[in-house]
Design a protein around this ligand. Structure first.
Ligand code: IMP
Length: 431
């Protein structure tokens, strides 16, 4: 039985929460493989809204195993807080259900301080990070300085590593004119939180392999989106992890051939939070309309999202780079009632037409979109549960998107409700 990986194909916030929840009801194990609590996945189940940041979406379901993989950076205090919040909503969370990779690196208070200080140092060109310490924590992982979940068991090792780490970071904080952070203080805070984390530590790669051999279905839950990928996104205006499907393997401890079907979650228009290039952005009434109709405010930071037309060039690129087999198209209903809809089908750069987004930040800022105008529809597509329920012009729009991006629409979501979904092909059944 194949597994499924879900990844975002734009700049995040594509509506992964609902799709992941829908898929997790059919999976046995759900694993997060990158990012941290910068993510925000909203699930609406039987009228109850759950806001998840670090916990895999399987957590709200009985008898599913949820894994936080080694590719995730974990803020232990944020994790404990989130566990308590979700428990207070009546969800049972215990070590049989939730397992954390022993080799996952920690986000410490110093990483948040560095994230802030570095954004300030970027002056009028900030990245617009979530200030959760994500980037600095990944820096420490790559620099081989990180404190990992398994270190929580060994206070002496933890203290020694912390002292070395803070020697490095305090020099930087001092240079940036920011307040220094004491290793003793972080050590004391870690000692307070460790007992709440230790029960969840597990050899998660083994749990996953055993589940796979056992024929269980695994869902790899990605966060953010391909245009925020540290290699393939709009660098440096990206997050510090990879979203491409290969990361589902690396960030969980499985092989690439075990990932299975890769579903790219794609919004019927485009949004982005934070700074950086956004060729189809509509900083006007259209953007305002999309933002209001689509409730485009960040789940994690509450920031207003920038809105614009569907960018078929960027999504086509994301599909190729991310190894996406098919897409789940979300929020089609937000476009209901528009006279006409534009879709970006190419870019113009220095008087030439190009069919891809170049890597250079200079070129990314300079491309102008080439649009095709498509007839809108006045009827509602909201709540449609079959092709037949959709307005004819909406079907045409979806079919045209499929052609432009070179991938099938596997699933279509027509409202935040779980059942308002049109399934063209079951991702768990395969390519
Ligand atoms: P960081 O991940 O906090 O370092 O932020 C880097 C960039 O990624 C910023 O532009 C953020 O707004 C963006 N970002 C991070 N997480 C998400 C997400 O879950 N959805 C959308 N954008 C995100």
């Amino acid at each position: 039985m194949p597994n499924v990986a879900v990844i975002g194909s734009q700049w995040g916030d594509e509506g992964k929460g609902k799709i992941v929840d829908w898929l997790s009801s059919r999976a046995d194990v759900v694993v997060r493989f990158q990012g941290g609590h910068n993510a925000g996945h909203t699930l609406v189940i039987d009228g109850v809204t759950y806001k998840l940041h670090l916990l895999p979406s399987g957590i709200v379901r009985k008898s599913k195993i949820s894994i936080i993989g080694n590719g995730v950076v974990i803020d232990p205090w944020a994790l404990v807080e989130e566990i308590k919040t979700i428990q207070a909503q009546g969800v049972d969370i215990n070590p049989d259900k939730l397992k954390i990779a022993e080799n996952a690196p920690l986000i410490l208070p110093v990483h948040g301080a560095l994230d802030e200080a570095m954004e300030v140092a970027r002056g009028n060109k900030p990245i617009g990070t979530t200030k959760r310490g994500i980037g600095p924590a990944y820096e420490d992982k790559i620099a081989r300085r990180a404190i990992r979940i398994c270190d929580l068991e060994y206070p002496d090792v933890m203290r020694e590593k912390l002292e070395r780490m803070m020697l490095h970071h305090n020099a930087l904080l001092k240079g940036l004119g920011a307040e220094q952070v004491s290793a003793d203080e972080i050590f004391a805070q870690l000692m307070e939180v460790r007992d709440e984390i230790l029960p969840y530590i597990a050899v998660t790669w083994k749990v996953l392999h055993d589940a796979h051999i056992d024929g269980q279905k695994i869902l790899f839950e990605g966060a953010q989106g391909m245009m925020l990928d540290v290699d393939h996104g709009t660098y440096p205006y990206v997050t510090s992890s990879n979203m491409a499907s290969g990361q589902a393997a690396c960030g969980s401890g499985m092989g690439p051939d075990q990932i299975g079907y890769v579903l790219g979650i794609t919004k019927a228009y485009t949004t982005r939070v934070g700074s950086g290039p956004f060729p189809t952005e509509q900083d006007n009434d259209i953007g305002q309309f999309l933002g209001e109709r689509g409730h485009e405010f960040g789940t994690t930071t509450g920031r207003k999202r920038r809105c614009g037309w569907f960018d078929a060039v960027a999504v086509r690129q994301a599909i190729k780079l991310g190894g996406i087999h098919g897409i789940a198209l979300t929020k089609l209903d937000v476009l209901d009632g528009m006279e006409e809809i534009k879709v970006c089908v190419g870019y113009e750069l220095d008087g030439e037409k190009i069919d891809y987004l170049p890597a250079s930040q200079v070129k990314q800022a300079a491309v102008t979109p080439i649009y095709e105008t498509i007839e809108g529809w006045q009827e509602t597509s909201r709540g449609a549960r079959s092709w037949g329920d959709l307005p004819a012009a909406a079907v045409k729009y979806v079919k045209h998107i499929e052609e432009l991006i070179g991938a099938p629409v596997t699933l279509l979501s027509t409202s935040p409700e779980r059942d308002d979904t049109i399934l063209m092909q079951d991702p768990f059944v395969g390519k």
